[in-house]
Design a protein around this ligand. Structure first.
Ligand code: ADP
Length: 301
């Protein structure tokens, strides 16, 4: 069982020739809507692999909120913990230009209504899971409450500090079992450079010295650095032809939680999650690119 506590967003992707200037209207060639939000993405990845996934999240009081709920159900995610807020659904208008450069706005909407008190209603979900997965598109205080409750019931926690937030409290980070930033997030959090492997290792070691138990630093096509007090190793990515890396980090986090909850030791779970994430970058889209368990055997040799 996997419990994800976190965000959901609707991605509104406009493919544009150029951005309009103030007061101007410009026609754009194409548009696509997609289900996103880091929490939802991670929950979908774990569920497609066959884990029993519960999600604690807030959708908006609008049509997007209903569509999100349907999407969770279509992916066999337990929605007992999904509430309907008073604000709009979380949304991300994304503008992709001809050279694939993007500009992204994030409106958190109802995600900001996922307050710490809400978690007290779902103590049974927290007690009954093998791992709790957290990101940072909901209030930090809610994550702190989740970590405290998880500690109380001895449930392991994986915190993906994305998007990075410098005011993240290290005293709570110390209490999670897995802390998984990418290189950029690691740089923001430590204030240290992460431009090469030596620098990345130093920054990760800095977090270990502060008391973090396991660092899982995702390194894109290079794989993952796993570091704890006794060990530091790079677990290599699969060599693939990447065409769209959006949502790669979320597919790694969600699949790692699945494999770990289902009994893999840490390096094996990382190896399997690397394979899962590599497949997702060979396909377009975010959740759309996440394979199901039965597709995997033909995709990974
Ligand atoms: P984020 O999307 O948060 O920046 P990363 O780029 O570090 O995350 O990617 C997360 C994981 O996805 C990597 O650790 C790796 O397992 C996989 N991955 C990402 N890009 C590639 C790639 N080009 N080839 C193979 N695997 C990749």
């Amino acid at each position: 069982d996997v419990l994800v506590i976190g965000s959901n967003m609707i991605d509104l992707i406009s493919y544009i020739n150029r951005m309009p200037v103030e007061g101007e209207t410009v026609e754009a060639p194409d548009f696509q809507m997609g289900f996103g939000g880091k929490g939802a993405n991670q929950a979908v990845a774990a569920a497609r692999l066959g884990s029993k996934v519960s999600f604690i999240s807030m959708v908006g009081n609008d049509a997007f909120g209903q569509q999100q709920l349907n999407n969770f159900k279509n992916n066999n995610i337990d929605t007992t913990g999904v509430g309907i807020g008073t604000k709009s659904s979380g949304a991300a208008p994304i503008f992709v230009d001809k050279s694939s450069d993007n500009r992204i706005l994030i409106i958190k909407g109802a995600n900001n209504e996922l307050t710490p008190e809400i978690l007290d209603k779902y103590v049974d979900l927290i007690k009954g899971t093998k791992i709790i997965v957290l990101q940072q598109e909901i209030p930090l205080e809610t994550n702190y409450r989740a970590i405290d409750l998880a500690n109380l019931y001895h449930v392991p926690v994986l915190l993906n500090p994305a998007p990075a937030n410098k005011s993240l409290d290290i005293n709570h980070v110390k209490k999670v079992d897995f802390f998984s930033p990418n290189e950029t997030e690691l740089a923001t959090l430590t204030g240290m450079p992460t431009n090469n492997m030596d620098e990345i290792k130093k920054a990760a070691h800095h977090m270990i010295k502060l008391g973090v138990k396991n660092m899982l630093v995702t390194l894109g096509s290079k794989g993952v650095l796993w570091m704890n007090e006794n060990n530091s190793q790079i677990i290599k990515a699969l060599k693939v032809n990447a065409i769209d890396t959006t949502g790669a980090g979320d597919s790694f986090i969600g699949s790692f939680a699945h494999y770990y909850a289902n009994g893999d030791d840490i390096p094996t779970a990382i190896k399997h999650a690397n394979q899962y994430a590599a497949i997702t970058v060979t396909r377009r889209g975010t959740q759309k690119s996440y394979p199901k368990a039965d597709e995997l055997s033909s995709l990974v040799k």
